[in-house]
Design a protein around this ligand. Structure first.
Ligand code: IMP
Length: 192
């Protein structure tokens, strides 16, 4: 069976994709290929950072690879935190990052935001990008205990709950990551 690396250390993400590609691809993660390097994400966009990660694996391990990069973009903050989502406050801490967003959004009437994921796939030396976007609004106060990151302050358009109030199954039906991943899976199945 063809092997494909998912450039992540997140076992949960790897297992989910493995299930969707069962019988078609054997999905390996960074740990499986013995890659313990913190691959530099020095790009200026989600696409650049995802591409840096996937290309790094192809260059160093010669196995086809895909990588994802995601974040929250807020219209009133010039699309910040964007590529800095994971450490917006200066530290990799969900609570502090979320607090900083709420502080910057105080008194702001335009609450429009979107979560975006870009997946970069390098396959047979060809490069492909897949994008998933979900639009919504930033709440004034956090709600819910599920999920991670900015979930408690993001209410998707057409819903009355934040991501953090939804079950994982519900969120996974509509999330930016799921949308991008579905595009990747569809593409891989068509190419198989
Ligand atoms: P990553 O590229 O998937 O690691 O995401 C980078 C950062 O964006 C995370 O550390 C979170 O702060 C934020 N983020 C990405 N996706 C989500 C999400 O689904 N919910 C909440 N925060 C997210």
């Amino acid at each position: 069976m063809r092997e494909l690396v998912f450039a992540t250390n997140n076992l949960h993400k790897t297992q989910e994709v493995s299930k969707l590609l069962l019988g078609q691809y054997k999905i390996l993660n960074l740990n499986d290929i013995g890659c313990d390097v913190d691959i530099p994400e020095t790009g200026n966009s989600f696409a650049e950072n995802a591409t840096l990660k996937s290309q790094y694996v192809v260059d160093h391990y010669q196995i086809d690879c895909f990588a994802d990069d995601s974040g929250l973009e807020i219209a009133a903050l010039n699309q910040e935190p964007g590529i800095f989502s994971a450490r917006y406050s200066g530290v990799r801490n969900d609570q502090e990052n979320l607090n900083l967003v709420l502080q910057k959004m105080k008194g702001q009437s335009n609450r429009k935001a979107r979560f975006r994921t870009v997946i970069s796939l390098v396959r047979n030396q060809e490069h492909f990008l897949f994008e998933g976007i979900i639009y919504g609004n930033i709440r004034e106060t956090p709600f819910g205990t599920q999920g991670f990151g900015y979930d408690p302050i993001f209410e998707p358009e057409g819903y009355t709950q934040t991501f953090a109030e939804m079950s994982m199954e519900e969120k996974n039906k509509i999330s930016h990551r799921a949308l991008a991943m579905n595009k990747l899976i569809t593409f891989l199945k068509e190419q198989a």
